[in-house]
Design a protein around this ligand. Structure first.
Ligand code: PLP
Length: 222
């Protein structure tokens, strides 16, 4: 079995310089995170609030924590003071709550809108149609404490690479459409978070700017 350092070295060869690697450390120990940290990694992704709070408290303060899981509204205030990017905004109500908590912290929080692109019921996110409605109604002045900096999506869990490719390219197209519509600030609406351990090279080919890689770095989750 490879070490975390070996895994990272291998994965880094497949990721161009201008693309961000989020090391998805959910369910993995602080020791494992430090091993990746000591390789120079600074972006870590977590999907549960309690686990994130413990790790944030104990680990080096120059880590940038990304929240990637489904976020309940009543937990937003716990992560808003320090979170670096929330990938998983899947409703207007959640965005409202982030804006409200961020205002209280006098901090602008960066977020991505999660889009449901997979052919699976259980994945969260706006449908492409819902996203278009949201964009049409969006008023930047209603959200002074959030920066909407792009989109996030997860492909279907399948071996069918053609299907994954179709899903990534459809998200990429949607991203470009929204970008050129200029609904969101051009300087900041720049990120497309897609690609995980099994499909990140395909995601990069299709325009991803942030990949979220867990098991390929840390091994299978316990
Ligand atoms: C767990 C998770 C990942 C990482 O998945 P791997 O297959 O282990 O790389 C990426 N994105 C999200 C949203 C996740 O929940």
């Amino acid at each position: 079995m490879n070490t975390i350092a070996q895994n990272i070295a291998q994965i880094r060869t497949q990721i161009p310089q201008n693309i961000n690697l989020v090391c998805v450390s959910k369910f993995h120990s602080q020791e494992a995170i430090l091993e990746a940290y000591n390789c120079g990694e600074r972006l870590f992704g977590e999907s549960r609030v309690q686990e994130l709070l413990l790790k944030y408290n104990d680990l080096p303060k120059d880590i940038q924590w990304h929240f990637i899981g489904h976020l309940q509204r009543n937990k937003v205030r716990q992560i808003v003071p320090f979170v670096s990017l929330i990938h998983s905004v899947d409703s207007v109500e959640l965005l409202d709550e982030i804006n409200r908590c961020a205002a209280k912290n006098n901090r602008v929080v960066k977020v991505l809108l999660q889009v449901h692109i997979a052919q699976e019921e259980h994945k969260f996110g706006f449908s492409p149609e819902e996203l278009k409605v949201f964009c049409n109604n969006y008023k930047a002045q209603e959200y002074p404490y959030v920066t909407i900096s792009g989109l996030m999506g997860m492909a279907t869990f399948t071996d069918d690479t053609e299907q994954i490719k179709r899903e990534f390219s459809s998200l990429s197209r949607l991203f470009s459409e929204i970008q050129s519509s200029k609904v969101f600030c051009e300087e900041t609406f720049k990120d497309l978070s897609m690609g995980m351990s099994d499909d990140f090279p395909l995601a990069i080919e299709n325009g991803s700017t942030i990949v979220r890689v867990g098991s390929a770095i840390f091994g299978v989750r316990c």
